[in-house]
Design a protein around this ligand. Structure first.
Ligand code: SAH
Length: 416
């Protein structure tokens, strides 16, 4: 068990976020420390009067100098604490699955269902699961973990041991090759932590099969956060008999759903040729391969412009671009990028066309995103209705006290 020996005292007037259970303490909010904690050490957080508020782990190198683990400063941070938090996160996925179609199959972990519809999901969503800096994704029998902070990195052997105890995976891969680690003074890292992890894992998502390369794929291998949106967009009512354009396709997951829902043709665009090769394999794997389908490796903006110039039209467009805004300073430019894309997409849509448009930039709020799409529709001269507001899948919960955990937003629109 670890006990904090050092107290971090907040400046006067800077305790409100901690009291409201926001997990981050920025360097500017700190008045003093009673000693010099080693990187990753636990500290007790106190207000300027000395009232103890929480226990956090500390990293002098990071702008976010402390991340809170518990708002009860007397709660021991021992194996039971970590096991409890991990178990609560894992069990939370089960109840999300039981409550309805969203995240269906997520309860597979805890039932004896032999053919689960979904075998890949996020089990631990960092701050949102009150485990700041830790992401754990499950791909079938394997786990992929990301240690985003020094506090977690230092404890990863213990976390690995507890994950093995709780879930008995066949292997655990650490995919800590993310830029944010630089802000913590850590280097990117990919390392096998337990057992074995094959180069390709077959997962199922809502009954569809996908091949995931957890060693090299984007994020931890697959965009799990779009699972529920794929099911919503991939409905026969929206797709059947339609020409569908899947922009920023990655390995073509939206394309598989569209084809299964009866799309007449599916055109997929991505800048990554290997990702598109996988997209084609995914169609075949699900017995959906057809000669009508196209795979275009190239810059989405250029391809869409080319389609517009050549008068190519579609009945449905899916726009799932990468994160455009990484810092506040990039938000304006990102907004112009999103507007451009949505304008182009709307120009390619036939009457009654469907537009499923997304932004995964946390710094672009749902509100701002809707305004951007509105601006695009005005400029494109199209009336459009929002049929549904979309967000991240149920296994990527948002902590109310940490709104930063809401990053993916989308609009399902009908262009009239
Ligand atoms: N829709 C996908 C996830 C998309 S992630 C899914 O459901 O799995 C964003 C994708 O955009 C990545 O695959 C990346 O290779 C691609 N990309 C990034 N910039 C691009 C560009 N300028 N043109 C085309 N594709 C791009």
């Amino acid at each position: 068990m670890e006990s904090p020996t050092i107290t971090l005292t907040l400046k006067e007037g800077r305790d409100k976020p901690v009291r409201q259970r926001h997990p981050w303490i920025f360097s500017g909010a700190i008045a003093r420390l009673t000693g010099q904690p080693a990187p990753g050490d636990l500290v007790t957080v106190a207000d300027h009067r000395g009232q103890r508020l929480a226990t956090a782990y500390y990293n002098a190198q990071s702008q976010i100098q402390a991340r809170i683990l518990s708002w009860n400063p007397d709660e021991p941070i021992d194996d039971d604490f970590w096991r409890g938090r991990l178990r609560q996160a894992i069990m939370g996925r089960a109840s999300a699955g039981e409550q309805g179609s969203r995240g269906a199959g997520a309860n597979e972990l805890l039932t004896t269902d032999h053919r689960p519809l979904t075998t890949a999901l996020r089990l631990v969503n960092a701050e949102a699961d009150r485990l700041p800096g830790l992401v754990v994704d499950r791909y079938g029998d394997y786990l992929v973990m990301q240690c985003l902070t020094l506090g977690i990195d230092r404890r990863k052997e213990m976390i690995t041991r507890l994950l093995v105890e709780l879930l008995q995976p066949a292997g655990i891969l650490e995919r800590s090759d993310v830029d944010v680690r630089g802000k913590e003074g850590l280097r990117p890292l990919v390392e096998l932590r337990y057992g074995e992890v094959p180069p390709e894992i077959t997962i199922r998502e809502n009954g569809f099969a996908f091949l995931v390369d957890v060693h090299h794929g984007h994020k931890t291998g697959f965009y799990l956060d779009q699972r529920d949106n794929r099911a919503i967009v991939g409905q026969p009512a929206l797709m059947a008999g339609r020409d569908v354009l899947n922009v920023f396709a990655y390995t073509g997951a939206f394309g598989v759903y569209a084809a299964a829902a009866g799309a007449r043709s599916v055109v997929q665009i991505d800048s990554s040729a290997p990702a598109l090769e996988m997209a084609e394999r995914h169609m075949a794997l699900n017995n959906l391969a057809r000669p009508e389908d196209e795979y275009i490796a190239g810059d989405a903006f250029e391809v869409l412009r080319y389609f517009r110039e050549t008068g190519r039209q579609f009945d449905a467009v899916i726009l799932d671009p990468p994160k455009f805004a990484h810092t506040q300073g990039q938000v304006d430019r990102a907004a112009r990028g999103y507007k451009d894309l949505n304008w182009l997409a709307l120009r390619l849509l036939r009457p009654e066309g469907v537009l499923a448009t997304f932004s995964c930039s946390g710094l672009v709020s749902a509100d701002l995103f809707q305004k951007i799409v509105f601006g695009a529709a005005v400029d494109a001269g199209r009336d459009a209705q929002i049929v549904q507001h979309l967000g991240q899948a149920a296994d990527h919960p948002v902590l109310l006290s940490f709104p930063e955990s809401a990053y993916l937003k989308g609009l399902l629109c009908r262009a009239l």
